[in-house]
Design a protein around this ligand. Structure first.
Ligand code: KIV
Length: 274
């Protein structure tokens, strides 16, 4: 099967086709979502929260991202795999950022990286693109700036903030980003940005006018119940189903219903007399 590539994702906007993206953190989920036909698998640093149980994405390290990226890359046969650059791996110097992004590509097997921020990451975006590493931008609610933002709150609600976000999106496009995630911004702001850019916008809590949509899989499929953002549509309650299945298993073992005859190997009871 042919892998989707960066130009394919960009062409979707030109052809009026929506880009679909979901997060994945391991081989099993990646393979399932890939077989379902998803365009992009994002190894999001949200893994810190929904897989590792931290309260924010800040404790996620490059080593964790490489480890999970490798598993996702092995599961993806068609989807483009993008990995988040974790907190502080692209802020210290350009050379460190190139080295870190390079490890995600070489060791993690991903095709592109995502970084949070607009004008603040323009130099590093340009440098990565120059060396051949595709970059996805991320504007609006920036989870790596959670302490500065004061919580997971919608962004760009005022006129000045909306204008700044629009400028940031243009700056990222000009620096060579191939797509931009817009997180938790008013639908009208996302619509304006989408109309202004020639690269795809991918929304999460940003309304229906973006060129594509992304959700955190554990939110969408009911696996992470700690706090589900209001913009999430839950397509299935896998967590509840899994819990029920585990309770049935426990009851079966306790009552001696499992294993039954069909779960046992056939074999002789005769013992050699030697
Ligand atoms: O880390 C992540 O899952 C993300 C999505 C919310 C876009 O960045």
């Amino acid at each position: 099967m042919k892998h989707l590539r960066i130009p394919d994702v960009k062409n979707k906007k030109q052809q009026g086709e929506k880009v679909t993206m979901l997060t994945a953190y391991d081989f099993v989920l990646a393979r399932l979502l890939d077989e379902a036909g998803i365009d992009i698998l994002l190894v999001g640093d949200s893994l810190g929260m929904v897989v590792l149980g931290y309260e924010t994405t800040l404790p996620v390290t490059l080593e964790m991202m490489i480890h999970h990226s490798r598993a996702v890359s092995r599961g993806a046969q068609r989807a483009l795999v993008v990995a988040d650059m974790p907190f502080l791996t692209y802020h210290i110097s350009l050379s460190e950022a190139v080295q870190n992004a390079g490890r995600l590509i070489q060791e993690g097997g991903v095709a592109a990286v995502k970084m949070e921020g607009g004008r603040t990451v323009v130099d590093v975006t340009r440098r990565l693109v120059e060396v051949g590493i595709p970059v996805m931008g991320h504007l609006g609610l920036l989870p790596q700036s959670i302490h500065q933002l004061g919580g997971f709150r919608p962004q760009a609600r005022g006129k000045a903030a909306a204008q700044r976000l629009l400028e940031d999106a243009e700056i990222l496009e000009e620096a060579g980003a191939f797509a931009v995630v817009l997180e938790s911004v008013p639908a009208e702001v996302a619509k304006r940005v989408t109309a202004r850019l020639s690269i795809p916008t991918i929304g999460i809590g940003a309304g229906p006018h973006c060129d594509g949509q992304v959700l955190v899989s554990h939110d969408a499929f009911g696996l992470y119940q700690a706090s589900v953002p209001p913009f999430v549509k839950q397509y299935v309650q896998l967590g509840a189903q899994l819990k029920k299945a585990a309770q049935t298993y426990i009851a079966d073992v306790q009552a001696g219903r499992f294993p039954a005859q069909e779960h046992c190997f056939e074999g002789t009871t005769e013992v050699s007399s030697e």
